[in-house]
Design a protein around this ligand. Structure first.
Ligand SMILES: *[C@@H]1O[C@H](CO)[C@@H](O)[C@H](O)[C@H]1NC(C)=O
Ligand SMILES: *[C@@H]1O[C@H](CO)[C@@H](O)[C@H](O)[C@H]1NC(C)=O
Ligand SMILES: *[C@@H]1O[C@H](CO)[C@@H](O)[C@H](O)[C@H]1NC(C)=O
Ligand SMILES: *[C@@H]1O[C@H](CO)[C@@H](O)[C@H](O)[C@H]1NC(C)=O
Ligand SMILES: *[C@@H]1O[C@H](CO)[C@@H](O)[C@H](O)[C@H]1NC(C)=O
Ligand SMILES: *[C@@H]1O[C@H](CO)[C@@H](O)[C@H](O)[C@H]1NC(C)=O
Length: 191
C-alpha cells in the first residue's frame, strides 16, 4: 500500500511562514550514531541524522536527500534541488534553513502550498532563518505500524507520535533513552 510508504513531502512546496517558534534542538550526544553505518553524518557543522542522508544508501527516501557542497568553506548543505542552505536538522522534527535562498536551482521562487497538502508547517523565527517541521509520510502512527518494513520508528526503544501540526508521524526515544529513533538500536539508555 503506497500510502504506508515512508514519504517526506516535497520540499519544493514548503516554503512559507506561519508563526514564530523557538526551534528546539535535540540534544543527541555526539558519541551516539545518528546516521546509518558508513554514512556521512556531518556536512561542515551540520549534523545529518537519518532519515536524512547524502547518498541513496543513507537516506530513507529521496526527499530526505541532502547534498553537501564542499566548494564552500565550511561546506554547505542543501536539500534536493533547492539551493537553500540548511543550518540545522533536529530529530525533534525541525529543519532550519537560510531564508534568503528559497529558490529552486533554475532561479524560480518556490511557494508553499499549504499544510494540508504538504504535511509541513513552517514558521518564521527571526529572519533570515526559517524553520520547517518535518515528519514521516502522511499517515497516522496506527497506519504506519501496519507495515513493519516501512515503519520508520526502527529502534525498539522508540515510540511513534503525531506532530501537533501537519501530517505524518514522528518517532522519539522512550524516556530514559537518547539517540536516533529512526535507526535500529538508535535509542540508547542514558546511564
Ligand atoms: C510495506 O512497505 C514496503 C516498503 O515500503 C513495501 O514494499 C510493501 O509493499 C509494503 N507492504 C504492504 C503490505 O503494504
Ligand atoms: C499519502 O501519500 C500517498 C502516497 O504518496 C498518496 O497517494 C496519498 O494521496 C496521500 N494521502 C493524503 C491524504 O495526502
Ligand atoms: C561552525 O563551528 C565553529 C566551531 O564551533 C563555529 O566557530 C562556526 O561559527 C560554525 N559555523 C557555522 C556556519 O555554524
Ligand atoms: C557547489 O556550489 C557551487 C557554487 O554555487 C556550484 O557551482 C557547484 O555546482 C555546486 N556543486 C554541487 C556538487 O552542487
Ligand atoms: C531534481 O532534479 C532532477 C534532475 O534535474 C529531476 O529529475 C528531479 O525531478 C528533481 N527533483 C525535484 C524534487 O524537483
Ligand atoms: C523551475 O523549477 C521549478 C521547480 O523545480 C519548476 O516548477 C519550474 O517549472 C521551473 N521553471 C523553468 C522555467 O524551468
Amino acid at each position: 500500500m503506497g500510502f504506508l510508504q515512508i514519504q517526506f513531502i516535497n520540499l519544493l512546496t514548503i516554503l512559507v511562514i506561519i508563526a514564530s517558534s523557538e526551534s528546539s534542538l535535540s540534544a543527541t550526544p555526539p558519541n551516539f550514531p545518528i546516521a546509518k553505518p558508513s554514512c556521512i553524518s556531518r556536512c561542515g557543522n551540520l549534523s545529518i541524522p537519518y532519515p536524512f542522508g547524502t547518498t541513496p544508501d543513507c537516506y530513507e527516501n529521496p526527499t530526505f536527500f541532502i547534498t553537501c557542497n564542499h566548494t564552500f568553506d565550511p561546506p554547505q548543505a542543501s536539500m534536493q534541488n533547492l539551493s537553500i542552505e540548511i543550518i540545522d536538522i533536529s530529530l525533534d522534527g525541525q529543519l532550519q534553513f537560510i531564508a534568503g535562498a528559497c529558490y529552486s536551482r533554475n532561479g524560480t521562487r518556490v511557494f508553499y502550498s499549504g499544510p494540508k497538502e504538504t504535511g509541513f508547517t513552517l514558521s518564521l523565527d527571526h529572519l533570515p532563518i526559517l524553520v520547517v517541521d518535518w515528519a514521516i509520510g502522511n499517515g497516522t502512527c496506527e497506519e504506519a505500524q501496519m507495515n513493519a518494513s516501512s515503519y520508520a520508528c526502527k529502534s525498539v526503544n522508540s515510540r511513534c507520535y503525531k506532530p501537533d501540526n501537519g501530517y505524518g508521524y514522528r518517532c522519539s526515544c522512550f524516556e530514559g533513552y537518547q539517540g536516533n529513533p529512526y535507526l535500529i538500536n538508535g535509542c540508547q539508555g542514558m546511564d
